[in-house]
Design a protein around this ligand. Structure first.
Ligand code: BGC
Length: 442
């Protein structure tokens, strides 16, 4: 089998990266609003105050999605836009914005996929300890309830967290992302456990209020690609290994507790007293059934000759990231083998040196070639019998690339940040053809 008939061909974004309107219509501040004001944290002192002005231009953006033939759109909700104080008072203007966006999507038959948390914690909750505070699981439960009750009649697909490893390690580990903290391992393990618990609570809330929903979590992952058939087992074992060193980046640290109900044994052994106390009830909560695994895949690693960190001078992107044709294929194969759950590629993409050419178009041939290669790999995994339900390109449009500001351009749509004019890049037209043929032309 190739791509399923109802495959979700989509594109993804996140609230802070595109919405702008950071202090309009009653929105509260979040940790990124605050972090961007700190000197030296963001390149060229840029911030998401205006971003792509999607808050005011969502209709135009949805129209472009429709023109591209997108079947699905993944976006995140800004927690502080709907609950300015993080909990308690609901901001009706914020609810109205997402209602309008969802209705607009449905008008064009574009299926909404909502990410609950794409890194923008309300600032007041950060002041109460943020994700280190075990109360955070309750705050997240309340926020999820508001989302479920207000949008669950029309939104059926939910992702609890986007890339917990990244916001945990960059936000609380090395401090390069909001909220800019550098914690010790014990505290980071506590943050990780709280995120796991918050995920479980959110799944329960969604099941209660949105009966026919599909829920998953999105992890950032660099699949290990075996160089030869003989390297497959080593690649698999290395990919799922989790001791204390680098645990946060291990696939099994996030997914084993969720799918199997236990943390990796080796990690528990090595962490000893550093690991937070947890009960059987905690593990039951974390182990709530999910419907799919979301994978964000950009880079990968080759495994061969007993080594999984081969540096071979492979081609790289504008950000200096390596490109790996078989990254999606092996991401799917490994995860399908271990967890046997449907997989959705919730992000994959490339930043390239794009600009509007003299002819008024954006000729991003590198993105087309990158996409072609990665999607061919994805197709192979479906032909090998893995269940893949969707692919979301990162990103729908150029946007605020966190600490790197606006220079990296990941979009299928080019944004002129001075005029906010949108231009569909060549890749957007190419992707449209892929969608129209359901991937048969790859
Ligand atoms: C994140 C996005 C980010 C993208 C490119 C992922 O880590 O989910 O927010 O823009 O990768 O770096």
């Amino acid at each position: 089998m190739s791509f399923k008939k109802d495959f979700f061909w989509g594109a993804a974004t996140a609230a802070y990266q595109i919405e702008g309107a950071y202090n309009e219509d009653g929105k509260g501040l979040n940790i990124w609003d605050e972090f961007c004001t700190a000197k030296g944290k963001i390149e060229r002192f840029e911030n998401g105050n205006a971003a792509c002005d999607h808050y005011h231009r969502y209709k135009e953006d949805v129209k472009l999605m429709a023109e591209m033939g997108l079947k699905a759109y993944r976006f995140s909700i800004s927690w502080a836009r709907i609950l300015p104080e993080g909990s308690g008072r609901i901001n009706s203007k914020g609810i109205e914005f997402y209602n309008n966006l969802i209705d607009e999507l449905l008008k064009y038959n574009i299926t909404p996929f909502v990410t609950l948390y794409h890194w923008d914690l309300p600032y007041v909750l950060h002041q109460k300890g943020g994700w280190l505070n075990p109360e955070s699981t309750k705050w997240f439960e309340e926020y999820t309830t508001v989302v479920a009750k207000n949008f669950g009649d029309r939104v059926k697909n939910f992702i609890t967290f986007n890339e917990p490893s990244v916001f945990m390690m960059l936000g609380y580990g090395d401090g390069t992302h909001a909220p800019g903290l550098t914690m010790n391992t014990k505290d980071i393990l506590q943050v990780g456990h709280n995120i796991h618990m918050a995920h479980g609570k959110a799944v329960r809330v969604l099941r209660e209020y949105v009966k026919d929903c599909k829920v998953g979590i999105t992890v950032a992952t660099q699949p290990k690609i075996p160089l030869t058939k003989d390297d497959e087992e080593m690649a698999y074992d290395a990919y799922f290994y989790s001791g204390l060193g680098g645990f946060a980046w291990a696939q099994s640290y996030w997914l084993d507790p969720i799918v199997f109900g236990h943390y990796p044994e080796q990690l528990l052994k090595e962490a000893g007293d550093l690991f937070p106390a947890f009960s059987a009830g905690d593990m039951e909560l974390i182990n709530e059934k999910i419907d799919f695994i979301g994978l964000n895949i950009y880079e990968a690693q080759y495994c061969g000759k007993g080594d999984c960190n081969l540096k071979q001078g492979y081609p790289h992107t504008e950000l200096g990231w390596g490109t790996y044709d078989k990254a999606l294929k092996w991401g799917v194969l490994h995860n399908w083998k271990r967890y046997n759950l449907p997989i959705i590629i919730t992000e994959n993409g490339i930043s390239t040196h794009d600009w509007v050419h003299l002819d008024g178009k954006v000729h991003d041939s590198n993105r087309i070639d990158f996409l072609h290669r990665y999607l061919k790999g994805l197709k192979e995994s479906t032909e090998m019998g893995c269940q893949v339900d969707g692919y979301f390109h990162w990103s729908l449009m150029d946007n605020f690339e966190w600490a790197k500001g606006y220079n990296p351009r990941f979009g299928l749509i080019y944004i002129n940040y001075q005029t906010m004019e949108r231009t569909m890049k060549d890749s957007a037209f190419w992707y449209k053809e892929v969608i129209q043929s359901n991937g048969e032309n790859l």
